[in-house]
Ligand binder design. Structure first.
Ligand SMILES: C[S@@+](CC[C@H](N)C(=O)[O-])C[C@H]1O[C@@H](n2cnc3c(N)ncnc32)[C@H](O)[C@@H]1O
Length: 322
């Protein structure tokens, strides 16, 4: 048998196995405010739908972040030593790393980390095909848990990349500990380039998370389809609706799935009751002011080197040094 051309993505940390998934869902649906951790959005279909969201006219974050990367990439990357490895947390599609790599030609390896294994593998294959000289070492796993980097990057200078404002999906206290964890993982002197969505008008924010074409609604409801498929549940998707709004007092977009009637849902051996109008809170997306995020990054032990924004100050890229 021929050896595979590339190593399979390695599970550096335990993936979301069925037992953990079931436990998290049942536990979350047992709280007074029902909730499901947002990381479970990302099965193959969830990742595909998220990619579709990034191209919607209402979804300004991706376009804006890319414009900042294109404008300042070369200048920022000048600080990165040749022969570095880039570790991307919550990589998703390769669109942003491709732009970053244009500004960083001498990179030795790229380590995309993501829970969405099949999507990650397909994206890694596409990048290898286009950049045959680049060593691509995907890691399937949950970056909120203890993780180790693959041996291929041992001893290399590291650049962390955390775009997409994924940091906003965490409660600020959790975001702070995650940034501390990344600092410990990347080591002293490492740079971390990360994208943060900024506070702005309610109307712009609300539209970005409730688009006219209904793609974000499909993304939200896909969570129930995934639970049905992987955990043997019987959610009727047409009995729930997508709901998203900016909660200004908490400075976050909240996404919910609202039950349209009184109903009972089975998840394996578990039974969950819904009242009409009751919601499952599926995601938060915290919006920061540059000053508030700077304080959070400093508390996590990072030195803020640059804060780069677009002309409309919709989105910021932070360049941090450990
Ligand atoms: C908001 S999307 C951002 C995707 C991409 N980085 C971008 O900038 O458009 C979040 C990504 O992080 C991944 N993700 C979410 N939670 C994760 C976790 N706990 N561990 C690893 N990956 C995670 C998802 O699968 C998804 O690809």
């Amino acid at each position: 048998m021929n050896a595979p051309a590339y190593p399979a993505p390695r599970p550096a940390v335990p993936g979301p196995d069925r037992g953990t998934f079931l436990r998290d869902v049942v536990e979350g649906l047992g709280y007074p405010q029902k909730t499901i951790p947002a990381k479970y959005f990302y099965d193959l279909e969830g990742s595909r739908l998220f990619d579709e969201i990034t191209r919607l006219p209402e979804y300004y974050p991706t376009r804006t972040e890319l414009s900042i990367l294109r404008r300042y990439g070369t200048e920022v990357m000048a600080e990165v030593p040749a022969g570095s490895a880039v570790v991307e947390f919550g990589a998703g599609s390769t669109e942003k790393i491709r732009v970053l790599l244009e500004a960083l030609p001498d990179v030795a390896a790229y380590v995309p980390v993501d829970v969405s294994g099949d999507f990650l593998e397909a994206q890694a294959d596409a990048l290898r095909a286009d950049r045959p000289g680049l060593r691509v070492v995907p890691v399937v796993g949950d970056f909120t848990r203890e993780m180790t980097l693959p041996p291929e990057v041992a001893g290399l200078p590291l650049l962390g990349f955390f775009p997409g404002s994924t940091i906003g999906n965490f409660e600020p206290a959790t975001a702070r500990s995650l940034l501390t964890r990344f600092r410990d993982l990347l080591g002293p002197g490492a740079l971390l380039v990360l994208g943060v969505d900024l506070v702005k008008d309610d109307a712009v924010l609300n539209a970005a998370y409730d688009d006219a074409a209904g793609v974000t609604a499909r993304f939200n409801l896909n969570l129930l389809a995934r639970i049905n498929r992987e955990l043997g549940a019987d959610f009727l998707l047409e009995r729930f609706r997508h709901k998203a709004f900016f909660n200004r007092s908490r400075s976050r977009i909240e996404m919910h799935l609202e039950s349209l009637s009184a109903q009972t849902v089975r998840i394996g051996d578990h039974v969950v009751q819904f009242a009409p109008g009751e919601t499952i809170h599926t995601e938060n997306s915290y919006k920061y002011t540059p000053a508030r995020f700077e304080a959070l990054a400093s508390e996590a032990g990072w030195t803020v080197r640059r804060v780069l924004t677009d002309d409309g100050r919709r989105f910021a890229m932070f360049v941090l040094r450990a």
